[in-house]
Design a protein around this ligand. Structure first.
Ligand SMILES: O=C(CO)[C@H](O)[C@H](O)COP(=O)(O)O
Length: 280
């Protein structure tokens, strides 16, 4: 049963985030997944005035939320490749002091990442339980979307990286087998020790590259993504906002650096207030 304090915290955070970041004249708005996003859509519906506005969902559940609110969903892959979204809102499972997030508790991380990277502003909304100083403080695992055929090799790779007991996520009715994502892939949940942020590495609290048993958020994300069979990792980090896709040229070799760090995270607190963490 939903906890009334948690639900009103989610609603308060959603109302504030929408008030601060939703422009009623916006054209394209990304809508994430989960239970908190329902309050975001509710708040948008109250002030949306543009009948031509398009809402881009991050999966089946997200599309249903948009449709139920009487708004118009538009498929991500039906938009021209240069389309940028005015803003994208989403929930989060845990957020650290540098605004890195764990996402994928609802198994939608891949499409959530696609949408977040297209947004001029990516804004997360969460309740007080998600506000931590470091990732993997309370939320126990990193969700990873994996090709079914590659599950055993990815599990082995994750153990090599230091994950103690990575597990294939099953449906609630365990006898029905592994949970399938919107891509028909599987989710592996991988526990690691609490992750370092960049400031920790600079302060000498660990190398953060796995060699001394410590991982910094971005480094771990890259190491997991490099395992063959991994479609996406539920760590949202790196660049944010309009910098989310930067083409860099090093010695004539071009690489695209992407990122999905939110520009702001709104936390609904137990006392009814809303705390905001913004990108420095
Ligand atoms: O990443 C997600 C789904 O994959 C969700 O945004 C995340 O799990 C937060 O959900 P909720 O708002 O229900 O706490």
């Amino acid at each position: 049963m939903a906890d009334a304090t948690v639900e009103s915290a989610k609603r308060a955070a959603a109302q504030q985030a929408v008030k601060d970041h939703f422009d009623p004249s916006a054209t394209n708005v990304g809508i994430g997944s989960g239970t908190t996003i329902v309050y975001v859509v509710e708040a948008i519906k109250e002030i949306s005035t543009n009948p031509a506005i398009r809402f881009i969902p991050t999966g089946y559940q997200s599309r249903q939320v948009i449709v139920k609110a009487g708004l118009t969903p538009v498929a991500f892959d039906s938009l021209p490749e240069d389309t940028m979204f005015d803003v994208a809102f989403d929930g989060a499972d845990e957020v650290d002091a540098e605004l890195n997030c764990i996402k994928g508790g609802g198994a939608c991380l891949f499409q959530e990442k696609l949408v977040a990277e297209k947004a001029r502003k990516f804004v997360c909304v969460a309740d007080y339980r998600k506000k931590q100083e470091r990732l993997l403080t309370v939320w126990p695992t990193i969700p990873i979307e994996v090709a079914p055929i590659a599950v055993p090799t990815v599990l082995k790779g994750l153990r090599t990286l230091g994950s103690t007991n990575p597990k294939l996520r099953t449906t609630l009715l365990e006898k029905s087998g592994p949970l399938k994502t919107d891509q028909d892939f599987f989710i592996v949940d991988a526990p690691f020790k609490t992750l370092l942020i960049e400031a920790d590495v600079k302060a000498g609290k660990g190398k953060g590259d796995g060699s001394d048993g410590t991982w910094e958020v971005n480094k771990l994300s890259e190491a997991i993504k490099a395992l063959t069979g991994v479609l996406e990792v539920g760590i949202f980090s790196g660049l944010n906002g309009p910098d989310a896709e930067t083409i860099r040229s090093t010695d004539g070799v071009k690489t695209v650096t992407s990122g999905q760090k939110p520009v702001a995270v709104y936390f609904g607190m137990q006392d009814g207030s809303v705390e905001v963490r913004t990108a420095k």
